[in-house]
Design a protein around this ligand. Structure first.
Ligand SMILES: Cc1cc2nc3c(=O)[nH]c(=O)nc-3n(C[C@H](O)[C@H](O)[C@H](O)COP(=O)(O)O)c2cc1C
Length: 152
């Protein structure tokens, strides 16, 4: 699609958005993520209405955004596949909301959903940040439909 090709020129980081649904960890690779407001501290993530994660987020009312490092491309690929997501071999903990926070993430924010807006075939989940942190490392990058790393 032309929009995808054009907007693919906008280089982004890569995240795994997680939540806990029916006592099971859920996750989805996402790059349609943005910092929305500082006061109050809000972020947004745009989620396909057809994605499993959409219903999970509506039910759980919370999510964590885990920003991936350049070593975590395999995790991004894993959480971008359709169907049930496999957390095996991935260390995680919970913080304020119960959403999984990946131990090896470059940074994370843990959020409570405050609003859900409709945006065509996606919903925009706005979350208030209730916990967060950042570690050491280099980000995984997505550009032109390909994974990459920062040089320099
Ligand atoms: C780099 C990358 C970024 C993505 N960003 C988003 C996004 O922001 N929102 C979204 O709904 N899907 C996004 N996807 C697609 C979802 O990860 C994918 O459709 C989802 O995991 C499918 O799971 P499900 O059909 O089992 O729900 C992205 C995929 C990749 C590879």
């Amino acid at each position: 699609m032309e929009q995808r090709r054009i907007m693919g020129h906008f280089a982004t980081g890569v995240t795994v958005v997680t939540t806990c649904y029916e006592d099971q960890p859920q996750g989805m690779t996402a790059n349609a993520v943005a910092s929305l407001s500082l006061d109050p501290p809000l972020i947004l993530v745009s989620v396909d209405v057809k994605a499993q994660m959409n219903a999970c987020l509506k039910a759980s009312d919370c999510f964590a955004v885990n920003i991936l490092t350049e070593e975590q491309e395999e995790i991004s690929v894993r959480f971008a596949r359709h169907g049930p997501k496999d957390f095996s071999g991935i260390a995680y903990r919970t913080e304020a909301t119960g959403s999984p926070v990946l131990e090896q993430a470059l940074a994370y924010v843990d959020c409570r959903v405050t609003e859900i807006l409709q945006g065509g075939d996606h919903d925009i989940f706005i979350g208030e940040i209730v916990a967060g942190g950042a570690g050491q490392g280099r980000p995984l990058v997505f550009y032109g439909g390909q994974y990459g790393t920062l040089s320099g």
